[in-house]
Design a protein around this ligand. Structure first.
Ligand code: A3P
Length: 384
């Protein structure tokens, strides 16, 4: 009927063949229009917010702690940077395959992306959130931020930028909450987070072992006397009214009685904390980074970290340069930027001047602990 109606009314004088053609043309036009309408409709109904935006809104809604909002910003920033990031490690190695991949990106993002970086971008979109396989558990002021920022330029590592403090302060929130904080990873990638206070938290080893007894642990250790002074310098910068270092460090200075209840002192008694970890983990599951060598030879230390994590050695001395103004090694191209970048102002501060004699007293205090620690880990860190 429709056929008759259309062909007779619209082109009454046409022959039979052209009538049939017009009918088929009209039907296919209507069908195409229908398909477009459905697709357009879905586009507006389906959520267009990026995953990260949704996650941030969710976190705001549940009224979670400041950490999460900071985390959102950091993760959004790194998500954006990852999409835009230029090849860090494989610059110049992009090939025809990459170019065809790049052509799928919006025109403003077009540039040579190495396969490894493409992995990161793909993980960001299609990977899954997993509980960490590796943790930087300490020590505070040892150089933990440097290790995290350096290792995360590896294409097979995805790290949480902020410290989640799950195994010390937020354990009650549960593993699902913790997993939700993690970046998305592909199966081939390692999920990593760092919270330096884990090393000195009594419950942390048991809790981490119950998450996974195979978790790999990284501890960045530094001369405990320098570490204590660094710790105090940091506290002083936030609370200028605290007592002097000497007052806090000793119960009785003339007798050389050190106050081991002061955290800045207690953290540096590495062997005591390590013994707690060894009740739940084998020594081979713990890798010790020298905080001193991390400054003088970052590539060497990162080489060993990569070996420990079972990663290909991709981070080499080509990734670092020594920034004379900062006085520390910096990354030529960090994960979150294509510009050279040093760590922030709170890393590498000028320390408070401490009396030479006080330093000697603390050295004497730490010596037996250090020796036991060297024996246990099979490495001499040369702090004496
Ligand atoms: P100082 O500020 O006392 O010098 P953490 O990240 O664990 O808080 O450690 C901070 C320490 O990392 C700094 O202590 C600094 O010595 C050390 N560090 C190691 N490598 C660094 C780097 N490349 N840039 C800045 N600080 C670095």
């Amino acid at each position: 009927m429709a056929y008759r109606f259309m062909t007779n009314r619209i082109v009454p004088s046409s022959n039979r063949l052209s009538k049939r053609f017009i009918f088929i043309f009209t039907i296919s036009l209507s069908f195409t229009y229908l398909c477009y309408s459905i697709l357009f409709c879905c586009g507006t109904i389906m959520p267009t917010q990026s995953y990260e935006e949704k996650r941030c809104l969710h976190h705001k809604n549940v009224g979670s702690i400041k950490l999460l909002q900071k985390d959102c910003i950091a993760d959004k920033r790194s998500a954006l940077d990852e999409t835009l990031n230029v090849a860090l490690t494989h610059q110049g190695s992009s090939n025809a395959r990459n170019q065809s991949r790049n052509s799928a990106l919006p025109i403003t993002h077009k540039r040579s992306i190495a396969p490894s970086e493409y992995n990161i971008t793909v993980a960001q979109k299609y990977g899954n959130k997993k509980l960490p396989n590796a943790l930087i558990i300490g020590v505070k002021k040892g150089g933990t931020r440097a290790v995290l920022e350096f290792i995360r330029i590896h294409p097979d590592v995805r790290a949480l930028g902020t410290e989640p403090h799950f195994f010390d302060r937020n354990y009650d929130r549960g593993l699902d909450w913790y997993r939700g904080l993690m970046p998305r990873t592909l199966d081939s990638q390692i999920t990593l987070e760092k919270t330096p206070s884990y090393f000195v938290t009594r419950e942390a080893p048991r809790r981490i072992a119950s998450m996974s007894p195979n978790t790999k642990l990284i501890v960045v250790v530094r001369n405990p006397v320098t570490r204590a002074i660094s710790d105090y310098t940091q506290t002083l910068s936030k609370k200028p009214d605290i007592p002097t270092f000497e007052e806090l460090a000793f119960q009785n200075r003339s007798q050389g009685l050190v106050d081991t209840s002061w955290n800045a002192i207690r953290i540096g008694m590495y062997i005591l904390h390590l013994e707690n970890w060894l009740q739940y983990f084998r020594l081979s599951q713990i890798h010790f980074v020298s905080g001193e060598r991390l400054i003088t030879d970052p590539a060497g230390e990162l080489g060993r970290v990569q070996d420990f994590l079972g990663l290909k050695r991709i981070i080499t001395d080509k990734h670092f340069y020594f920034n004379r103004t900062k006085g520390f090694p910096c990354l030529k191209k960090p994960e979150s930027s294509s510009q050279p970048r040093c760590l922030g102002k709170s890393k590498g501060r000028t320390h408070v001047q401490i009396d030479r004699e006080v330093i000697e007293q603390l050295r004497d205090f730490y010596r037996p602990f250090n020796i036991k620690f060297y024996e246990m880990v099979g490495q001499d860190f040369r702090w004496d």
